[in-house]
Design a protein around this ligand. Structure first.
Ligand code: ARG
Length: 460
């Protein structure tokens, strides 16, 4: 005979191998708080609809609180024979308070219960991630302010392209993580809809009040279709996809930090306490944190792939496959939040070698576009201007000099339109400050952007 909560129709006890294979308690126990919170709201609703007496409600709520306290102090024993967090808690409740506990599962199925737990959990995670994103964004604004006015090469194809302000580069990440925050906020709206009350998948004939539960648990609305709800994990996929984007941004930043901290670049110094050494090469100081963040992006992308693949062939409605959603979701949450937190901390421990960065803007014909624009302002068609400057660059390469090393006479050989005002245009500062278009790197634009961000983030 089966001892399971669902064992009535079973002649045999479940095989131990099956219990081991089907359990999820080893990882879904992390949802205990949400499971209990959801059960308390469900019980309150059952009592309001006469499916529980007031006394029964009180003993359920107290019983659940006692279980929560035991879980938190580590004295609750989770049993894999009881499969998951729902049955572990319900079983303990019935053991503690008797028949009232056995009434808790009225008008509810584990199918809507797990959807509820996951939504409550992810709603919290959205709030946590948004706060972590803000920490990182604040760190970028602080760096932008600290290095305001200092220049560096901007790159395309990792080749020196045009000079920019270090602050402009930092503010690029501020924007990226700002979009990530918006994405999470938007995703949260679709998470924050109550699934409970759809029961197994068809709804329930018992007198329930889904809106009351939604209000108790601070959901914005209740889901509209019970069949959709019981098999829906769009919200989890969307959440992990938001996580993927965050980790992607962190990974790009990490790549830059790895490159910048190389001896070849030497643009940045990561504080000793944020680096590690080599067990064989005594001179080494390695940028392991950005490397690991970059590496961990594989895990997050993997979690997204797992979830998408998990869902693609599932018929309506609930299928046990859905139990496999938890680990990728948890791993994505853990990876992204740990990466964001350490990145924000590390950003506060960076020193840019501003001299070295400025030096790097002095070679590589980094103001060639400015010369072309100068010609355009003198009415030379841009394509012709491009050709003229290209020839000037080629001749400099041959001579082994920079555009700024050419005399006015030499320049005029390429175009007689050029006069002595060209030298201001060719300077790095002139180049940066000429880029006043909205979103450009001119000091006044960047100052404006940093000031707006400081105000937004409550800095200074
Ligand atoms: N542990 C299950 C999950 O994560 C809970 C729902 C189980 N429902 C069921 N009918 N077996 O999906």
């Amino acid at each position: 005979k089966s001892e399971k909560p669902w064992g009535g129709r079973f002649e045999q006890a479940t095989a131990a191998s099956v219990e081991a294979f089907t359990e999820s308690i080893s990882y879904d126990k992390r949802l205990y708080r949400y499971d209990i919170e959801g059960s308390k709201a469900h019980a309150a609703m059952l009592a309001a609809n006469k499916l529980l007496s007031q006394d029964e409600l009180t003993s359920i709520v107290d019983g659940l609180s006692a279980i929560e306290a035991r879980i938190e102090e580590g004295t609750f024993s989770f049993k894999s024979e009881l499969e998951d967090i729902h049955m572990n808690i319900e079983h303990a409740l019935i053991g503690a308070i008797g028949p009232a506990g056995a009434k808790l599962h009225s008008a509810r199925s584990r199918n809507d219960q797990i959807a509820l737990d996951l939504r409550l959990y992810l709603r919290d995670q959205c709030d946590r991630l948004m706060a972590l994103l803000d920490d990182a964004r604040r760190a970028f604004v602080v760096l932008a302010r600290k290095y305001m006015g200092k220049v560096m090469p901007g790159y395309t194809h990792l080749q020196r392209a045009q000079p920019v302000l270090i602050a402009h580069h930092m503010m690029a990440y501020y924007e990226m993580f700002g979009r990530d925050k918006e994405r999470i906020a938007d995703c949260r709206k679709r998470i924050n809809i109550l699934p409970l009350g759809t029961a197994a998948m068809a709804g329930t004939g018992l007198p329930i009040d889904r809106e009351m539960v939604a209000e108790l648990l601070h959901f914005d609305a209740v889901t509209a279709n019970s069949m959709d709800t019981s098999g829906d994990r769009d919200f989890a996929i969307e959440f992990v996809s938001c996580c993927t984007m965050i980790q992607l941004h962190l990974s790009r930043l990490s790549e830059e930090l790895v490159i910048w901290s190389s001896q070849e670049f030497s643009f940045v110094q990561i504080a000793d306490k944020f680096c590690t050494g080599s067990s064989i090469m005594p001179q080494k100081k390695n940028p392991d944190i950005p490397e690991l963040i970059r590496g961990k992006s594989g895990r997050v992308v993997g979690s997204l792939m797992s979830l998408i693949t998990l869902m693609k062939g599932l018929p309506l409605t609930y299928n046990r496959d859905l139990q496999e959603d938890k680990e990728p979701v948890f791993d994505a949450v853990d990876t992204v939040s740990a990466s964001l937190a350490i990145m924000a901390e590390m950003l506060g421990n960076l020193e840019f070698n501003t001299e070295r960065m400025e030096d790097a803007t002095k070679t590589g014909f980094i103001t060639a576009t400015d010369l072309a624009d100068y010609l355009v302002l003198h009415d030379v068609p841009f394509r012709d201007a491009h050709g003229i400057v290209g020839r000037a660059v080629a001749s400099c390469i041959e001579k082994g000099c920079e555009l700024t090393d050419l005399s006015l006479e030499e320049m005029r050989e390429f175009s007689p339109i050029i006069d002595k005002t060209v030298f201001a245009v060719l300077s790095v500062e002139g180049s940066v400050n000429s880029r006043k278009s909205i979103g450009g790197t001119a000091s006044l634009r960047v100052e404006e952007a940093v000031r707006t961000a400081e105000k937004h983030m409550g800095i200074g």
